[in-house]
Design a protein around this ligand. Structure first.
Ligand code: HEM
Length: 205
């Protein structure tokens, strides 16, 4: 067991295998492998990818960005050359997986539902019972803005800041600041965004 747990890849694959057994059990016990099962499975993918994405966003903001100024200069490359690039790899690809699975769940709930959410309830005329869509729409659009921020601002600036693409020292410093502010913006938006994700289903079904 110690040998298995020492290896990241085998541990992760085993975790996925156990989750797949649970997913199949849910399909069987709930009475079938129809549309509802596949929507639930996509929700699983969505939440798993979302946890990885937002978990890493919070790691950057709770830990790395705050501690970095206190790290002695000769030790900074350990973060800049090894930890940050690896964290950014999982960060940006899990962001993409979260959005694709989230949009998938939305459209699996039906075209009308997707239009209602994306239009904040205006597609259905914004009657009293559409207000839930307004709240869910805010969360989905915040998440889309956060995703565009990851790929359009944070990652291109981090590439220059970390020396993954060559840049002059002053450009590097400016890019590091822009990447930090981009990351802080996503930190700011993360809790309001998650409020929609976490509360909609229970209160509006
Ligand atoms: C563009 C990005 C996103 C889209 C389009 C999206 C879309 C959705 C949709 C349609 C639902 C189902 C709501 C319902 O029950 O009707 C959902 C639920 C959820 N989403 Fe997202 N989402 C996005 C980003 C995120 C992110 C970044 C997270 C971070 C963890 C997240 C976490 C969740 C959670 C925890 C649920 C609740 C699942 C449940 O109650 O079954 N989502 N999302």
């Amino acid at each position: 067991m110690g040998k298995l747990l020492s290896n990241f890849r085998t541990t992760t694959l085993l975790s996925i295998a156990l989750a797949v057994i649970m997913i199949l059990a849910f399909g069987k016990v709930s009475g079938g492998f129809g549309d509802a099962f596949w929507q639930a499975t996509l929700r699983w993918v969505h939440v798993v990818a979302g946890v990885l994405w937002i978990g890493l966003l919070w790691y950057f903001n709770f830990v790395q960005i705050r501690v970095m100024p206190n790290i002695p200069a000769e030790m900074k490359p350990a973060i800049g050359k090894h930890i940050a690039p690896e964290a950014l790899f999982w960060f940006r690809w899990s962001a993409l997986a979260t959005v694709l699975a989230g949009l998938g769940v939305m459209f699996m709930r039906g075209h009308a539902y997707a239009m209602e959410v994306l239009s904040f309830g205006f597609a259905g005329g914004m009657t009293e019972d559409q207000k839930g869509f307004t709240l869910m729409g805010i969360g989905v659009w915040l998440a889309i803005i956060m995703f565009l921020n990851v790929w359009g601002i944070i990652w291109p600036n981090q590439k220059r800041a970390l020396g993954i693409v060559p840049a002059e020292d002053d450009v590097k410093a400016k890019s590091a600041r822009i990447a930090m502010l981009g990351s802080r913006t996503n930190m700011l938006l993360s809790l309001p965004m998650l409020t929609s994700m976490a509360m909609y289903q229970t209160l509006f079904g």
